[in-house]
Design a protein around this ligand. Structure first.
Ligand code: GRF
Length: 197
């Protein structure tokens, strides 16, 4: 299956997915909204097709998303993976990739949607945090949940320490979820995702 990965920065989740060498998966392209994203250089060095599209060159989200979809669709993806892609996507874009668009969010959804999840988790005093892989729907960070991983929150954690502990789990969880999708093990049933082993 053809996979297109969207990033905005470092791209460590993208690297984990590439390095997992998932059977039946071909990383067709890595696309960024930032031309200088570190992850783009990493992918290019490995011979993966890369592209970037600056959202600032477009007049509004609709125009950017339409151009982005055009770029993505040139690679005929079976799956589009958001990996630290820091743009909110329009309902039109999300609908176009319905049931074939995944995201990872560094919280145990539905808690702590949006930005600054680690700061907020610590401020709220939760004892466990984690990450969630979910299908993307029009409502931010609310789509059907594919997989979650849990980590403890320690008394001396700051946001950076908690983020680092969660990131280790992200790098394990995301390639596994992509592998499950590629192997057709996932079935969406309403808000639930059922996984066949
Ligand atoms: C990850 O923590 C991801 O969950 C969040 O942004 C971060 C991206 O990191 N959405 P990377 O670019 O994959 O290294």
């Amino acid at each position: 299956k053809n996979i297109v990965i969207l990033i905005s920065g470092r791209g460590s989740n993208m690297q984990a997915i590439v390095d997992a060498q998932i059977a039946g998966a071909r990383i067709a392209a890595v696309i960024s909204n930032k031309a200088d994203a570190e992850g783009l250089a990493w992918a290019r060095e490995r011979g993966i097709a890369t592209a970037s599209l600056n959202h600032k060159d477009f007049d509004g989200r609709e125009a950017f998303d339409a151009a982005l979809a055009g770029l993505i669709d040139a690679y005929a993806p079976d799956l589009v993976v958001l990996a630290g892609f820091m743009r909110i996507l329009t309902p039109g874009f999300v609908g176009h990739y319905e049931n074939r668009l995944l995201n990872i969010h560094p919280s145990l959804l539905p808690a702590f949607t949006g930005l600054h999840t680690h700061e907020r988790a610590i401020a709220e005093g939760v004892k466990f945090a984690g990450c969630t892989v979910h299908f993307v729907t029009a409502e931010l960070d609310h789509g059907p949940i594919v997989a979650q991983a849990v980590v403890p929150v320690r008394d001396d954690d700051d946001a950076a320490a908690l983020a680092a502990r969660i990131l280790v789990e992200e790098h394990r969880l995301y390639p596994q979820a992509v592998a499950d999708f590629v192997a057709d093990r996932l079935t969406i049933s309403g808000q639930r995702v059922l996984r066949r082993s």
